[in-house]
Design a protein around this ligand. Structure first.
Ligand code: SF4
Length: 91
C-alpha cells in the first residue's frame, strides 16, 4: 500500500513526532479507521487493515493525534511523552 510510511521498518511505530512517541498496538487494532478520519495525515490502513503511521505525521498537531487516539474504539493508539510517560490512554 503506502510508501509514505514514517518508518518502513516499524509501520505502526513507535515513531517520535513533535516531541511525543506514538504507536499502534496492532494486536488491538480492528481496522475501524476512525483514526484515519480524525487524523488523515498521521494514520492509514495497511493491507492487513491495521493502522500505520505516515511520514506526514510531523505536519499534524499533537492535539489532533491525541484526538485520534481518543476516538479509537479499542484504544489501540498509544501516546507517550519523550520520557515514556503515558499521555493516552491513561493507565
Ligand atoms: S481507530 Fe483504532 S482500531 Fe481503528 S484503525 Fe485506528 S487504531 Fe485501528
Amino acid at each position: 500500500m503506502t510508501n509514505n510510511l514514517f518508518d518502513s521498518k516499524k509501520p505502526s511505530g513507535p515513531v517520535k513526532t513533535r516531541g511525543y512517541i506514538v504507536y499502534v498496538d496492532r494486536s488491538l487494532c480492528i481496522g475501524a479507521a476512525t483514526c484515519v478520519a480524525v487524523s488523515e495525515k498521521t494514520f492509514a490502513l495497511d493491507s492487513e487493515a491495521k493502522a500505520v503511521i505516515l511520514k506526514t505525521a510531523d505536519q499534524e498537531k499533537i492535539e489532533t493525534i491525541i484526538d485520534a487516539a481518543k476516538a479509537c474504539p479499542v484504544s489501540a493508539i498509544i501516546i507517550e511523552d519523550e520520557k515514556g510517560n503515558r499521555i493516552y490512554p491513561k493507565e
